[in-house]
Ligand binder design. Structure first.
Ligand SMILES: *Cc1c(COP(=O)(O)O)cnc(C)c1O
Length: 546
């Protein structure tokens, strides 16, 4: 094992958020969960990886449901000093002309590879707010946060004396780390062109958002005003990523290799960015999950040894039902089908698709033959997303015994739902779901996926064997057409296959649970993902260390 640490490229992984543990509120959603699982995998499988992130004082919103049934946002100051160690190191970044001191903490408390977190909340800092709220703002404030992550992050690595071969940007948020790598080289005498080429050899990038508008950009003037350019000229910034300056385009041009997070996403991303000259090649490396965090080992064990899966599953289901009772006061029935659905509240995820033809679904809900548990937060500034959540809450009031909405989706809710549901529902408007790791958690726990062929699911789905596909990978430019098509497909497979199998063919259901676990537990593990990162991204330009 130590051999690996001595011969493989040493990697610094940059991410805005890390979902490592429910007590540590430094994540918003899937991006952070991926980063958290990655750091735990790096530790478990002994890779020479360190992480760079931010010590968020308030984290992401705690989104609660008011008496009026609408979501509202609350923030708390969190205390994490018990989990982490003060490195004694602090670095400076000049932001909007002011010196910002960034204190560096080290976190290893969650069986993760060393994670260094920057913190501007130090006495004497006028800009202590920068590391306050994760994704709290979009414009200058977001740039300030990204400067701390990227520029502060590279400076922290230097101050800590950590030697590295590869800088991995998980999402475009970390792009300014690339600017800092270029600045160092220009200071040593390289030209802009030389520094760009040399930095490119050190950087790899993971792209996430298959929606063009979801990719952050800023006017070049704003970058200059903030001081993010680190001495580069406006014309040079434009050459890197246009004006407005697109962070994803910048990262694609400043990296030697990129990756998308599932095979289908690889196709979508290559198509989406094909007009970008001089960009890195985008490989497809499907996400994987950290089994120790998300999967009940009793389920894997039972599937591998041909033992009964029902009792260990029912145990997880009862734990979920108890959890719901404590949270919402609702008593669900362990002998009735329970469907789980937890997603960010955004329109393309179509959380309420299942309700879109009430005359079809209402009888099943009234009878309690189908129970559905939802969870999901909207971005604090996204009114449309909040309407979606409010609509789900309204449905839970209409069908109080069969529909539940759990407020403030977090890792604890995610873990309960992906262990204790019978079916994991996912119906995004294809091809907008980049990966969808919650479905992997579910499948390895014997919770059967019922999903549109989007994200990771086309790679795993064997219809009627280890789960079900909704429809046939249909896509349309007309959203109404696509939604109608998918709604019909959802009702068809749910009512003609899922429900009858659950109530009428228990032996087949158990076979499917077993197949679900056995066909996904290795393929969609973080272990496989890390091996591919090393093969396709980190080792691509040289066999080992430089
Ligand atoms: C697993 C998980 C996610 C990511 O799942 P998706 O399938 O990408 O939605 C997001 N949030 C939480 C709390 C999770 O546990």
């Amino acid at each position: 094992m130590t051999d690996k640490k001595n011969t493989l490229p040493r990697v610094a992984y940059f991410c805005m958020e890390y979902g490592l543990d429910n007590r540590f509120k430094a994540y918003a959603g899937g991006l952070g969960i991926l980063a958290g699982d990655y750091m735990k995998g790096a530790k478990e499988f002994d890779y020479p990886i360190v992480g760079i992130g931010i010590k968020w004082k308030q984290g992401y919103t705690d989104q609660l449901i008011g008496a009026d049934g609408k979501p509202y946002d609350t923030y708390h100051n969190y205390q994490y000093d018990d989990f982490m160690e003060d490195t004694g190191v602090s670095v400076n970044v000049t932001i909007r002309g002011r010196n910002v001191q960034c204190k560096v903490w080290k976190l290893e408390a969650f069986d993760n590879a060393p994670l260094y977190l920057l913190d501007t909340d130090v006495p004497g800092n006028e800009d202590a707010w920068i590391t306050g709220q994760l994704y709290g703002w979009f414009g200058e404030e977001r740039i300030a946060q990204e400067m701390v992550l990227g520029i502060g992050g590279v400076r922290a690595l230097r101050a800590l004396g950590i030697d590295l071969d590869v800088y991995h940007f998980n999402e475009g948020h970390a792009l300014f780390a690339g600017f800092e790598l270029m600045r160092e080289k220009m200071e040593d005498g390289m030209t802009f062109e030389e520094a760009w080429a040399a930095s490119r050899e050190q950087i790899v990038f993971t792209t996430h958002t298959p929606v063009v508008q979801g990719n952050e950009s800023h006017p070049v003037d704003r970058l200059l005003y903030m001081g993010a350019n680190l001495g580069m000229k406006p014309s040079q910034l434009r050459r890197l990523a246009g004006d407005p300056f697109n962070m994803t385009v910048g990262a694609l041009r400043l990296s030697r290799k990129s990756n998308a997070v599932a095979k289908l996403h690889g196709k979508t991303a290559n198509e989406m960015w094909k007009h970008i000259h001089g960009r890195s090649e985008i490989e497809a490396i499907t996400n994987g999950i950290h089994l120790g965090t998300w999967v009940d080992s009793a389920m894997i064990e039972a599937a591998e040894h041909g033992k009964d899966l029902w009792e260990p599953h029912q145990k997880n289901k009862r734990a979920l039902i108890q959890f719901i009772k404590e949270k919402n006061g609702v008593q669900l029935d362990e002998n009735k089908l329970l469907i789980g659905f937890a997603r960010r509240s955004v329109p393309y995820k179509r959380s309420d698709l299942i309700f879109s033809k009430p005359e079809v679904i209402a009888p099943f809900l009234k009878e309690g033959k189908i129970q559905v548990v939802f969870s999901g937060r909207a971005h604090p500034l996204d009114d449309r997303g909040k309407e979606i959540a409010a609509n789900l809450v309204a449905m839970s009031r209409k069908y109080p015994k069969a529909v539940v909405f759990l407020e403030n989706y977090d890792m604890e809710i995610g873990a309960h739902l992906t262990r204790g549901s019978d079916v994991w529902l996912n119906n995004p408007r294809r091809p907008k779901e980049a990966s969808g790791t919650s479905g992997m958690k579910a499948s390895m726990n014997g919770v059967l996926n019922l999903s549109i062929l989007d994200g990771w699911w086309p790679e795993a789905c064997k219809h009627g064997v280890n789960g079900w596909q909704i429809g046939d990978a249909f896509e349309s430019k007309d959203e109404t057409v696509q939604d109608t098509h998918d709604r019909e497909a959802l009702y068809q497979v749910l009512l003609e296959q899922v429900v009858p199998t659950y109530y009428g063919q228990p032996a087949k259901w158990k076979e499917m649970m077993k197949a679900s676990i056995l066909t996904t537990k290795d393929e969609f593990s973080v272990k496989r993902m890390l091996e591919e990162y090393y093969e396709l991204l980190y080792k691509s330009m040289f066999g080992g260390r430089v």
